[in-house]
Structure formats: C-alpha cells, structure tokens
Ligand binder design. Structure first.
Ligand SMILES: Cc1cc2nc3c(=O)[nH]c(=O)nc-3n(C[C@H](O)[C@H](O)[C@H](O)COP(=O)(O)O)c2cc1C
Length: 372
C-alpha cells in the first residue's frame, strides 16, 4: 500500500469510528459548571436577538464553525459537499480535514476543493498537521509550494495548523518529532498570506501555549479541549483492530488527557486573540456559555458529521435547534447580540472552578476587545 493509500485508509477509519463508535471523553467539557445568570427583565424582544458575529474580519450569520474533519478518501467528498452547502446557506464557517493526503496524491484534491465549490462565499479554513511542518523519521517537512497548494485547493480564508500530539502518541504510525514546532509555526505565519489558526484536536490549549503561539504570529486559537471526541479513544479502537495491545492500552489510558474545553476557553480568552471553542459543544446553550467565557465562535465536529451521514435535513435540524437555543440563552441573559455575551456574568462551580483557581485563570477577566 502506498503512503497516500495508507493515509486515505486511516482517514476513512477515523470517519467511521467517530460516527459510529463510543469515542467521546468520559471527562465533561465543563459546560455544566458554567452558569449564565438569568435576567428576569430583559429589555429586548427575543426575535430581535442578533446572532451574527465577526471572525477574522469575516461576517458570520451564526458564531459557528463546522470543525475540520474530513477529505482524502471515498466518503469524504459527499460529506464535505453536504456540509459546505449548509455552511453556505447559513453563513457559517467550515474547515476541512488535514490536506496532507491530497499533497501526496493530487487525485484526492476534489474531496477538499468540493467545499469551496459548494460554498463560494463561506469562510473556509484549510488544514494541515503540525507533524507535517517538522521533519519526521520517514517524511520531510512540507515546503512552501505544498503550503501554497493547500491554501489554493480550497481558496482558503485561513489556514489551521492542528496540534495533535496526543493522537500521534497513540497512533501506531504516529509522528512524534516535535522539536522545532514553534519555530516552524513562526516561519509559516511569516510566509502565508491568510491568517494562521492554531488548533488542538481534543487535548486543549493553555494560556501559556496561546501566548507562545500569539508571539509566533498566530491570529486565532481553536482551543480543541477535552469533553467531546477523543482521538486517543479513536486510535485505541484502530490499534485494537490491528491487534496492537500496547497502543490500545495507551489510548484507553489517555482517553481523557488534557484541559477541558470550558477551562481552556477561559484561559485563552485573556490572550487577546479570537478564540474558537471546540470540543464537546453539543448545543446552542453550550455555545452561549463558551461565548460568555470569551470565545468568539464555537466549533462543532462529531454531531455534525453524524447528522451529515444521516442526511441534509438532519444537519438543518441540528443547526435550527442550535440557533434557537443560542437565541434563547442570549435573550434570557438580557443581551441583544451574541457578541455581547462576553460581558454576561457567569458563575463557575465544581471541577472547572478548581482548574481555573489552580491555573491562576480566575483573577483575569477575558479581554473585552478582541481582534475579531
Ligand atoms: C472524523 C474526524 C476527523 C477529524 N480530522 C481532523 C483533521 O484532519 N484535522 C483537524 O484539525 N481536526 C480534525 N478533527 C477534529 C475536529 O476538528 C474537532 O476538533 C474534534 O472533533 C472535537 O470536536 P467535537 O467534540 O465536536 O467532535 C477530526 C474530527 C473527527 C470527528
């Protein structure tokens, strides 16, 4: 099997396992610890609540990003096309999955470029992995021409670099050479003409890491915290299928490793960059809480993938419910715009409070004026 075929097979397995298997973390994202304070006398009409926001200079009709998930294999084309159609219709942003497969095999490019074809005006985020920026044992780092190709493939409005060392540790074929990765991000930020987003994929980003990324030229942070899809769990299942007992055990052991999403949002919001809250966002109410903690938009992966595999009307229903819940929460906190939720009072309890206290995040208020 060629490298490209191997990547395509892996991506197909990720999609199937994420859609069908029990792969969510046992540790919650923290939304139950975040309480928005009810306003019994909101001086607005619920119907007038403005759900629009601005992200990296682009107007979105809803503060929602369809998280980068797929591309590079058979089922990806239909999933990406369907989700892109919905993104275009609803004025929301959308990411694609890692585009490394299409650099290896250009025949796979349409499984990604279909997103731009179906969503000509949406905010589209290109994607590559941090491991592809650093020379690995059997693979060179991507060059300037590869990066330009990745961006051009989807006519991207931004480029996300995913930081997924937890997954790489568990993956039987994982790439864990990480030395020089921050320098590689700095060089990339200097080179690309679109804003660079740093994106975790389920283990979360702390304030300290976000500060280092900002200094390196990153323009937005997707915190990708614990609470939703666990790639350690996904890789444990793949290892089990390959009878790799050691990797399976490692994946199960690290299933909940990382910083819960609510904590990561609260920590990173103070850094002053736009924040995408991803990892276990499952409703418009979760989103309202994330925005109150300082996120600019939220990212949703697995639920939209599952809905897409059921059909377009299920994706429509999911987004309709999400928007109604977000509108209701904004109204009941007495805010007219979702973008004003960052000024809402929140009462934080339980384990999330312990995290915030011990990481020293509690004393700092989220930065009010972010570069949206
Ligand atoms: C099937 C699948 C494939 C994914 N592939 C990628 C990827 O290639 N690049 C990336 O940055 N994130 C990838 N992700 C991670 C998502 O963007 C997101 O961070 C993660 O699923 C957490 O969100 P959730 O809890 O809403 O699913 C993938 C997620 C899923 C479910």
């Amino acid at each position: 099997m060629s490298d490209a075929e191997e990547i395509a097979r892996r991506k197909g397995e990720h999609l199937r396992l994420a859609a069908e298997a029990d792969v969510e973390t046992r540790t919650p994202a923290g939304w139950d610890d975040v309480n928005l304070v009810h306003d019994a006398l909101p001086e607005i009409d619920a119907a007038d609540v403005d759900l629009r926001t601005t992200f990296l200079g682009h107007r979105l009709s809803l503060p929602l990003v369809i998280s980068g998930m797929t591309g590079g294999h058979g089922r990806a084309l239909a999933v990406n096309e369907l989700l892109a159609r919905v993104a275009e219709r609803h004025g929301i942003a959308m990411g694609v999955g890692s585009q490394r497969a299409a650099i290896r095999d250009p025949m796979l490019a349409p499984t990604y470029s279909v997103v731009r074809d179906a969503a000509p005006s949406a905010f589209v985020i290109a994607n590559l992995g941090i491991s592809q920026l650093v020379k690995q044992d059997r693979e060179m780092a991507l060059g300037a021409r590869d990066i330009a190709q990745i961006i051009a493939m989807v006519k991207a409005d931004a480029l996300a670099v995913h930081l997924n060392y937890l997954e790489e540790c568990v993956q039987p074929e994982g790439q864990t050479r990480a030395r020089g990765s921050l320098e590689a991000i700095r060089a990339l930020a200097r080179r690309v003409r679109v804003p660079l987003i740093a994106k975790e994929t389920g283990a979360g980003i702390t304030r300290d890491v976000a500060l280092r990324l900002r200094r390196a030229g990153v323009k937005a942070i997707d915190v990708g915290g614990v609470g939703g899809t666990s790639f350690a769990a996904v890789e444990a299942l793949r290892a089990a299928a390959q009878s790799d007992a050691a990797r399976m055990s490692l994946g199960n052991r690290f299933r909940d490793w990382g910083v819960p999403t609510a904590v990561a949002v609260a920590g990173v919001a103070a850094v002053g960059l736009p924040v995408i809250a991803t990892g276990g966002v499952r409703s418009g109410l979760d989103a309202a809480k994330a925005l109150a903690l300082g996120a600019t938009v939220v990212g949703v992966g697995r639920p939209l993938l599952q809905a897409a595999l059921r059909g377009e009307s299920d994706v429509e229903r999911w987004i309709g419910d999400f928007a109604l819940e977000l509108r209701t929460a904004t109204f009941l906190t007495g805010r007219r715009r979702v973008a004003d939720l960052s000024r809402a009072t929140v009462v934080i309890t339980g384990e999330s409070l312990a995290w915030l206290d011990q990481l020293g995040y509690r004393k700092t208020k989220p930065a009010r004026k972010r570069n949206r």
